[in-house]
Design a protein. Structure first.
Length: 419
């Protein structure tokens, strides 16, 4: 039997379930014990409402929140922690930019450009902003190997382009985008550069200060942290010029009968009682990932992706979508001829194999791939060859289960839009 990855012991859920093969980390990662311990310790020793109390316990809570912000900013390569706004995650972060910056700066006739790789969270808010403001909404196409078509992007942007929004890594295909080249194209026309880092921060060195983007959004729960917290990194000059998008609580400076003024960064964008415990947990996740090393994480993932890709390709009727393993994160998106991805997922689940099946909040992308849904196996630092073996066994068993069955879904024809 294949020896299991020793890192599984760091994750209580995986350690307690040795026959569980968790391959859905692109949706949410498992949480190491150090993160759970940090959150419990905060609640047991330091829990109070920060910023508002003139007593020692509240001061400790304030210090923990401040230290967590500094730690997460450092992990993401941001030298100014006040430019890190804690949010519930990537979706809220992107909506913050659309609401606070977009409605103040995008006018009728302007253009907003996104790519065909986007998650709905970095597609629909910009689409709706364009509709509300009378702007043009443009979708950059992909190359045949499922990368952003940079030549097409260069041709699309122009003097009316106000925003270029794109992901660091595709959640559906694992494609790693060339952030520097996309940003350079956007800079040439003075457009705002917005990067969805939900799938980037867990796997890649972000280096915000040198990344040349104006905003970088991320989610804690995909990078070994708790659900319900993430953040938005932004350039100070832009953040200071933006109006707040929520009101009340600690984002206030002065409230007069006729008007109010706002607190300094980052508090201006953090109305209400902050999520201190989850910020502490996210900081602990950053410690854990730094101890492992993100380069080692990516190398490990890609080795498993190569193995899974090679073995899946050997199965008749399997079609794999996305670029070659060296150009993606730990994601393998595929279909099996005659088996709907939801049915495949159900069969795999019977053997303890957890994959994602469906549209992956990327309907525009799947339309361009010519499929209604795909199965997605996503690997992370705690996965190993046993997970790949279990995935392969499950696919073969599903083929046996559905042998002779005739699908009436024309969109299950294999390899449409794949390489």
């Amino acid at each position: 039997m294949t020896t299991r990855n020793p890192r599984r012991a760091d994750f209580p859920l995986l350690a307690a379930n040795p026959s569980l093969y968790y391959l859905d980390s692109a949706a949410t990662s498992q949480k190491p014990r150090v993160v759970l311990d940090a959150m419990r310790e905060y609640y047991e020793r330091d829990n109070a409402n920060p910023h508002r109390g003139a007593y020692a316990l509240s001061s400790r809570a304030t210090d923990r929140y401040h230290a967590a912000r500094e730690r997460v900013a450092r992990f993401l390569g941001a030298s100014d922690p006040d430019c890190l706004v804690f949010t519930r995650g990537t979706t809220e972060s992107l909506n913050l930019v659309v609401t606070a910056w977009g409605h103040a700066n995008v006018q009728a006739g302007d253009e907003i450009v996104v790519t065909a790789l986007e998650h709905h969270a970095n597609f629909v808010p910009w689409q709706q902003l364009a509709l509300a403001r009378g702007a043009k909404f443009l979708v950059c196409p992909l190359t045949s190997d499922h990368h952003v078509d940079l030549d097409a992007l260069r041709a699309m942007v122009g003097p009316r382009t106000r925003v270029v929004a794109f992901n660091h890594v595709s959640n559906a295909l694992g494609t790693v985008n060339p952030v520097d080249r996309i940003a350079r194209i956007a800079r040439e026309v003075g457009a705002l550069v917005v990067c969805d880092g939900a799938q980037g921060a867990p796997h890649l060195q972000v280096g915000f200060d040198t990344l040349d983007v104006d905003f970088y959004a991320f989610s804690g729960h995909k990078m070994c942290g708790p659900m319900g917290i993430g953040g938005l990194l932004g350039r100070r000059q832009i953040l200071e010029a933006m109006p707040p998008y929520q009101f009340g609580g600690d984002m206030i400076e002065f409230v007069r009968d006729a008007e109010s003024t706002w607190n300094v960064l980052p508090h201006k964008f953090e109305a209400g009682t902050p999520n201190v415990a989850d910020a502490v947990g996210l900081a602990a996740a950053c410690d854990y990932l730094d101890d492992v090393g993100l380069d080692a994480v990516l190398e490990h993932e890609r080795a498993l992706v190569r193995l899974a890709t090679e073995q899946l390709r050997a199965i008749d009727g399997v079609c794999i979508y996305g670029p070659k393993p060296a150009e993606r994160s730990g994601v393998v998106s595929f279909t099996v001829a005659g088996i709907h991805p939801h049915d495949l997922s159900t069969v795999l689940d019977q053997d303890g194999v957890c994959i994602r099946a469906g549209q992956h909040c990327a309907q525009p992308l799947l339309r361009r791939l010519g499929v209604s849904a795909t199965a997605r196996a996503s690997f992370y630092l705690y996965n190993d060859e046993a997970d790949v073996e279990a995935l392969l066994r499950g696919v073969l068993r599903a083929k046996e289960v559905f042998a002779g069955a005739e699908s009436t879904d024309d969109e299950l024809v294999p390899c449409r839009g794949a390489r």
